[in-house]
Design a protein around this ligand. Structure first.
Ligand code: FAD
Length: 405
């Protein structure tokens, strides 16, 4: 049996950040990280296509919460204490400078996730954090009124401590374990996926990007805006990924069989389209793309509803005019299936948030037990927000654990 001050289960983003910040606060602490895999920080390594999108240049806590379909309300207080600016400062203070891309995503200047891993491992070494790999935690016992509250069991060893942190990401095994201990677990389902349109002719336009679109999921309140990418299997791009995140639960319930309506020109009024009948009277419709749409898409949308490729705007029938408006503003697609987004995917669901005190990420059921990262029912759209939630939770839990010993 080994005794330490703090046991951290899970050597991922949240676990490492908690361990390091606890020891930065109190360098005398004995902290151990138990990791089931052969390596730690595996997701950090592959994140952002190997570049690690560390956070997002969104420095207003309230605005930052708006990127979280689950966790929006609960993260407001924590972001006031450790938000995106604190992440930038923290990494800068530890030798990792970040830069911002035009869309707000922030990466290490080296453009390599190895820089983050190197930073964490160096600090872990400096503060003598014990990292035990291939060490899957099978169970733990809780002794409410004792100073040594936790007994943590792996296949080969038993560890005891006064503080325990669960930072196991999206692990069904751990969620089942927590359920047996009385925690409510919100059923997990994937978030951040693209929409499949099997055999749909629009897929012939693969690679096409429309800079500003509005995506609405039918029979729901979900409406998102942003760029849209047509792929060889369906629809992708930020507007679609956002819709998949906000719709994660209901789209799982619909078994990924649902309709979306695309507004290809959200900044254009219907009256602007009607006006073309006069302003472009003599111009051919199908061969002259309007409103900044790519010609290939314009042709695809209009040739479905305009009978003759030579027709000009003045000679369009009422039905053809209505058809164009409908294609541009309310273009329907039947989605059947999803594809995981390769750059970043997360799991919605996890430990229900009303069981956690968000001042410190401590459990309300078991004082001394902390949880952060994807183990909680918190997730965000793509752009560095998922790591930000892991840093924030890891930081607050680490500081509180250090203070409590
Ligand atoms: C391909 C990909 C790319 C991504 N890119 C980005 C990005 O660029 N930016 C961003 O913000 N987000 C990104 N994400 C999401 C981000 O990686 C996660 O939100 C984040 O890693 C969650 O951190 P975590 O510490 O909660 O979990 P994890 O990083 O998953 O760590 C959990 C750890 O716990 C271990 N573990 C589980 N069960 C046990 C057990 N019983 N005993 C011991 N150890 C256990 C696991 O092996 C794992 O190492 C990406 C995700 C993927 C899949």
């Amino acid at each position: 049996m080994k005794q330490v001050d703090i046991i951290i289960v899970g050597g991922g983003a949240a676990g490492f950040f908690a361990a390091i910040n606890a020891t930065l606060k109190n360098p005398d602490l004995k902290v151990i990280i138990l990791e089931q895999s052969k390596d730690v920080l595996n997701k950090v390594k592959i994140s952002g296509g190997g570049r690690c999108n560390v956070t997002h240049a969104c420095f207003d806590p309230k605005l930052l919460t708006s990127y979280y379909p689950r966790g929006q309300k609960e993260l407001l207080g924590p972001f006031h204490i450790f938000g995106a600016q604190d992440t930038v400062n923290w990494f800068g203070n530890h030798g990792v400078n970040l830069y911002t891309e035009p869309d707000g995503c922030m990466f290490p200047q080296t453009n390599s996730s190895e820089t983050i891993i190197h930073c964490f491992l160096q600090l872990a070494g400096k503060y003598m954090i014990d990292i035990v790999k291939t060490s899957k935690v099978k169970d733990f016992k809780y002794f409410r009124d004792e100073k040594i509250k936790f007994e943590v069991l792996t296949d080969t060893e038993t560890y005891t401590s006064g503080m325990l942190m669960i930072a196991t990401g999206s692990s069904s095994f751990v969620w089942n374990m927590l359920e047996r201990l009385g925690y409510e677990i919100v059923a997990p389902c994937p978030s951040l996926f693209t929409f499949n349109l099997p055999q749909h002719p629009i897929c012939k336009l693969m690679g096409l990007v429309v800079k500003q679109t509005r995506v609405a999921i039918q029979n729901s309140k979900i409406v998102t805006e942003g760029p849209l990418l047509v792929t060889h299997w369906g629809l992708s791009g930020p507007a679609v990924l956002k819709a998949s995140a906000w719709g994660a639960t209901i789209l799982a319930e619909r078994n990924y069989d649902f309709s979306v309506i695309i507004d290809w020109v959200p900044q254009t009024e219907v009256s602007d389209i009607h006006n073309l009948k006069e302003t472009l009277a003599k111009k051919k419709v199908i061969s002259n793309a309007q409103f900044g749409l790519p010609s290939r898409l314009w042709q695809f949308l209009t040739e479905d509803v305009v009978s003759d490729t030579e027709k000009n705007w003045a000679s369009l029938s009422k039905n053809e005019m209505e058809g164009i408006i409908s294609q541009l503003k309310k273009c329907p697609f039947q989605v059947k299936g999803k594809t995981t987004f390769k750059e970043e995917f997360v799991t919605a669901g996890g430990v229900a948030l009303d069981q956690v005190n968000f001042k410190s990420f401590e459990s309300k059921l078991h004082p001394g037990l902390f949880m952060a990262g994807e183990v909680l029912n918190i997730d965000a759209v793509t752009g560095g927000f998922n790591f930000q939630a892991a840093w924030t939770g890891g930081y607050l839990a680490g500081i509180r654990m250090a203070d409590s010993i």
